[in-house]
Ligand binder design. Structure first.
Ligand code: ADP
Ligand code: TRP
Length: 331
């Protein structure tokens, strides 16, 4: 059943999506889109404060878009688009600047972290901080309020930004009268942290990732590089401490998971064999979507067409909001 609440979220295109991103962030969004009206965009404007390479932003935008499409995002329920393609966002962000206290921005976690780091190393507090970074929460509030969203599913690190959007909506409503709904942040079910090749959190900052759609030979090479302890094949092994098993759990069904768990506990299986089992599983689960992903990446106009349709749907809502806001602020 479709709930009539509007769910909104943005995905920042800052890297080639890896298995950790997929399991922790993208798959839960695809699942949500099956029974909610969803506004979902690739937040390319949010990438601008740190990424200076336009080609990289464009490429990562296509990668995420293609991934979402082939992994089953429900495009009937979802307006799926590029943030920068709906012109009203620039207006909204500018309007909201005028009701946002500077002090609120000073309290933003990511800005504060920069200031603390600068202080520690004896730099000027604002060294390396551009206005895009400083006003990042206003742009995010603009996203959230422009599309009348009710629910904003985010990771813990983004919760404060959604709370700021509520605050900014409140300031606006106080000055100009009831205009915006107050959005609610929803912290998704904790999918846990998926470990990467070296056992630390899979993250592009650690260079230990497995891209979701790595070609088969690259996938195999990466999996064979997963670091393990030095137990012999005969020894029983703890599946819950094994990166191989943690990743396997994301792709196998329940009986397959139980079977591999048993083989870990029983002993008699070397890590090389476990890696081969993991590789074969991922390779078979992803082989069809990977073909479709590669096809789309070679035909980007098809991705553009999906995103353009989404921008049209989102633009319709955005235009109405902007007309209302402009009237309230400028008469
Ligand atoms: P990275 O750590 O590679 O830079 P990001 O910080 O850009 O990834 O994360 C984007 C989203 O993917 C976030 O919502 C984050 O929670 C999720 N995510 C990233 N890595 C993992 C992981 N190893 N396990 C679970 N979720 C992850
Ligand atoms: N700032 C979010 C992130 O870094 C991405 C994002 C941009 C977003 N606009 C949003 C998330 C609006 C939720 C709602 O992950």
């Amino acid at each position: 059943m479709i709930d009539d609440k509007i769910v909104l979220t943005g995905i920042k295109p800052t890297g080639t999506p890896h298995i950790g991103n997929y399991i922790g962030a993208l798959k839960p969004l695809i699942d949500l889109s099956q029974n909610h009206k969803t506004i979902m965009f690739i937040a390319d404007l949010h990438a601008l404060n740190a990424e200076r390479d336009a080609k990289a932003i464009k490429q990562h935008t296509y990668e995420i878009a293609a991934l979402m499409i082939v992994m089953g995002l429900n495009l009937e329920n979802t307006a799926f688009f590029r943030q920068s393609d709906v012109d009203e966002i620039y207006k909204m962000s500018n309007f909201l600047m005028n009701v946002t206290p500077k002090g609120l921005m000073n309290r933003a976690h990511s800005y504060k972290a920069k200031v603390e780091k600068n202080t520690e190393i004896g730099e000027d507090v604002d060294a390396g901080v551009n206005m895009g970074l400083y006003t990042y929460p206003v742009l995010m509030a603009a996203d959230i309020l422009l599309y009348n969203s009710d629910i904003v599913p985010v990771g813990k690190d983004q919760k404060q930004h959604v709370e700021f959007a509520r605050d900014i909506a409140g300031y606006f409503n106080n000055i100009y009268g009831e205009t915006f709904k107050l959005p609610t942040p929803v912290i998704g079910e904790d999918t846990g942290v998926l470990p990467g090749l070296d056992g630390r959190k899979m993250s592009k900052s650690y260079d230990n990732t497995i891209p979701l759609f790595a070609p088969s030979n690259e996938l195999k090479k990466k999996i064979m590089r997963i670091i393990t302890d030095s137990k012999t094949p005969e020894e029983p092994k703890n599946p819950d401490e094994s990166t191989i098993f943690q990743i396997y759990k994301c792709f196998a069904n329940e009986s397959e998971i139980a079977a591999l768990r048993k083989r870990f506990l029983d002993g008699g299986m070397g890590y090389g064999e476990a890696k081969t089992i993991l590789f074969e599983k991922i390779d078979s689960v992803l082989s069809e979507p990977r073909k479709e992903y590669e096809r789309l990446m070679a035909n980007k106009s098809e991705i553009d067409a999906v995103l353009a349709e989404g921008a049209k749907r989102a633009g319709f809502i955005a235009a109405k909001t902007i007309a209302k806001v402009k009237k309230k602020m400028l008469g």
